[in-house]
Design a protein around this ligand. Sequence first.
Ligand code: ZN
Length: 257
Amino acid sequence: MRRVVIAVIAAAAALAFAPAPTLAGPPLARVTGSVSKGFPNSGKLVGGKRWKNTRWARQRAGRAGSWGTPQMIQLLQSSAHKVAQRYPRSVLMLGDISARDGGHLPGHHSHQSGRDADVGFYVRDAAGRPLQLERFVRFDAEGVAVGDKRAHFDDARNWELVTAWLGDGRVEVRSLFVAGWLKARLLKRAEQAHAPKTLIERAQLVMMQPPNAEAHDDHFHLRIACPSGQKGVCFDDSLDRTPHAPAGISAPSGDGG
Ligand SMILES: [Zn+2]
């Protein structure tokens, strides 16, 4: 009963900040049963969906952030499944998404509203065979793991993952934080694989090394756009807290891991 009351209050609160209802669709809470509130670095998650491990995707042990919007969970699962279909024995390794109700998640600035996820890179050995590591490892510009020469950044599978994210059609990728030198490897792979020009241009745009945060050379930080129908409640990008920033909302920056 208490859960129902909370859900009703949450839905009412969400609607209070929503744009005036139109004839276009049902009220917010009935669209997805979940609301991504506020900003990635100042927000909440209402009615989030819990991550469940599968054969092709699992979360690192001991993570507190196992909740996301249904769209995020669906995107992570379907993209990992696509990669595993093309490259058997692929297992995506997930880091944090968000806490159950969103809000501050230890070790992160963002990850507050169910639309950010840390995703480990696919790794191969020197012979090209999938290598399953139990932690995130950093890769240099040659694609070799720092401190572990047997592990290589798997250009083909990581590009396949980016392709699955950008080609989903149901979810819009807002940004994808990754180190500049790994972005260069992925774009090179895209050219080699004769990826469509529009896809390469889109990848060029969304992949970025955040200027005021860690380089993201040991994982992707995936951020998806607000669910449709939640404009006015949900804001795509982080709130800029730097003192000299122009008023308003910045492009993704300083988000940490
Ligand atoms: Zn992150």
